[in-house]
Design a protein around this ligand. Structure first.
Ligand SMILES: *Cc1c(COP(=O)(O)O)cnc(C)c1O
Length: 427
């Protein structure tokens, strides 16, 4: 696309955008003066679909009318309610339906998956991850490694960017996997790095992990609903995600997991068990002896959080309608426009601002991270002017134009506000 730094161009792109009408289906926060905020924080908490309320009200109504009978006798009974989410979730991650299930929260699921897939044996005890992974993932891995009797300093191998660089080179990741191949139990990476916005080459990493004799899993917190994936075809062993970021399912909403059928369908795959993972037909016999459901459902512990799943269904229905491939096509243009405007209109260079997210569109999703030394006052200034984005210590502003509800006009207006703020402060 040939970008132009004018409002007329932005408006024309919005007019041509087949996904533009989806913006109307979301509720935008307002600035104190009553205008809609420029919302570039969908990587942290996605906006509320207007339909969410109806989905919730339906379940509240069922609860009021049927109470406990809602589990079995109402329309869309709660007993199997989580299964309504399976197909849309499977499409988003590129899995077979029985390889995914909605459950728990992300960090909880990481622990459960580490129980199943971090099983040190025969000198293989190391976990390889990206350096600077999201803290919760670091804590989860650290504690799991200790639980198995290893020191985190010995068992966790972190791969960092080269000196003077901000993102990882795929070759360096693959080389690190190969260097550790005799002791490697597991490669655990994020799909998209939360800080830099780098989209990792998941198929290449999976292939290298397997070649090294290790398993491979991904934390898809920032990839889910952001980029299309093919976890099953890539042979990924397991993955986990949250749903309140690009997936717009509401704060703390129910997360999900993918487990490749080679593990998920094998009742011998070790796991922590609970009654909701027990054979559906026999669950209420309340008998001794765990018999897992086939597929990822065999990892369920508890009965589902129905209200949270209802909110998630509202959002998944929108994703089904828009299609993740079409969203990705728009996302490439929208994030590309933001990058182009920052470079050519705002002139980031001249302000000493560096975009640390990869410039290769295939190596990023809907996020640009700006390295701004001493940038907190700048962040506060754009915040006051009605931009909602986020500040990540020590010096990064993250901007996430989400293709479902952000427009080219948003990008244009943001750049006007950003330029004005830069002129008013000293970096
Ligand atoms: C957002 C995010 C989390 C959050 O974990 P919760 O358990 O949902 O609180 C964890 N890991 C990564 C990589 C994230 O981006």
């Amino acid at each position: 696309m040939h970008y132009q730094p004018t409002e007329a161009f932005a408006k024309e792109q919005d007019r041509l955008d087949p996904l533009a009408p989806f913006r109307e289906r979301f509720l935008f926060p307002q600035t104190p003066s009553g205008e809609l905020a420029i919302y570039f924080c969908g990587n942290s908490l996605g906006l509320q679909p207007k339909a969410t309320r109806e989905y919730l009200e339906k379940e509240l109504q069922k609860w009021a009318q049927y109470a406990v009978d809602g589990h079995f006798w109402a329309e869309e009974p709660w007993y199997t309610y989580h299964q309504h989410l399976t197909k849309p979730l499977a499409r988003l991650v590129g899995a077979l339906p029985h390889e995914v299930v909605a459950m728990n929260n992300l960090t909880t699921n990481l622990h459960l998956l580490l129980v199943s897939f971090y099983r040190p044996a025969q000198g293989r005890y190391k976990i390889l991850m990206e350096g600077g992974a999201f803290p919760s993932d670091q804590y989860a891995v650290e504690s799991q490694v200790r639980l198995k009797g290893y020191a985190p300093e010995q068992a966790i191998v972190e791969v960092f960017p080269r000196p003077g660089e901000h993102v990882l080179r795929t070759d360096d990741i693959l080389a690190a996997i190969d260097e550790n191949k005799d002791e490697l139990a597991l490669v655990l990476f994020s799909g998209i790095q939360y800080y830099t916005g780098q989209l990792f080459d998941m198929p290449a990493i999976t292939k290298a992990a397997h070649a090294a004799g290790a398993l491979c899993g991904f934390d898809l917190a920032h990839a889910m609903g952001n980029v299309p994936m093919q976890l099953h075809n890539w042979g990924v062993d397991f993955a986990a995600w949250c749903t309140y970021k690009y997936l717009n399912s509401g704060p703390g909403s129910t997360a999900g997991v993918y487990i490749h059928e080679r593990w998920a369908n094998d009742p011998a795959t070790p796991r922590f068990a609970g009654w909701w993972g027990h054979n559906q037909q026999e669950r209420f016999k309340m008998e001794k002896g765990f018999k897992p459901m086939p597929g990822a459902e065999g990892w369920l512990l508890s009965n589902s959080n129905i209200l949270s799943l209802a909110a998630q269904r509202a959002s998944l229905a929108i994703f089904e309608e828009a299609g993740i491939e079409a969203l990705r096509r728009k996302s490439l243009q929208l994030t590309g426009y933001l990058e182009w405007m920052l470079c050519h209109q705002v002139g980031c260079d001249k302000w000493g601002i560096e975009i640390i997210t990869p410039s290769d569109p295939e190596a990023r999703g809907a996020q640009l991270s700006l390295l701004v030394k001493g940038g907190k006052p700048l962040f506060d200034k754009i915040d006051e002017a009605g931009v909602i984005c986020d500040w990540r210590e020590p010096n990064v502003i993250r901007l996430a134009p989400a293709p479902l509800y952000n427009s080219f006009q948003d990008v244009y207006t943001f750049c006007q506000i950003f330029t004005k703020a830069l002129q008013e402060i000293t970096l």
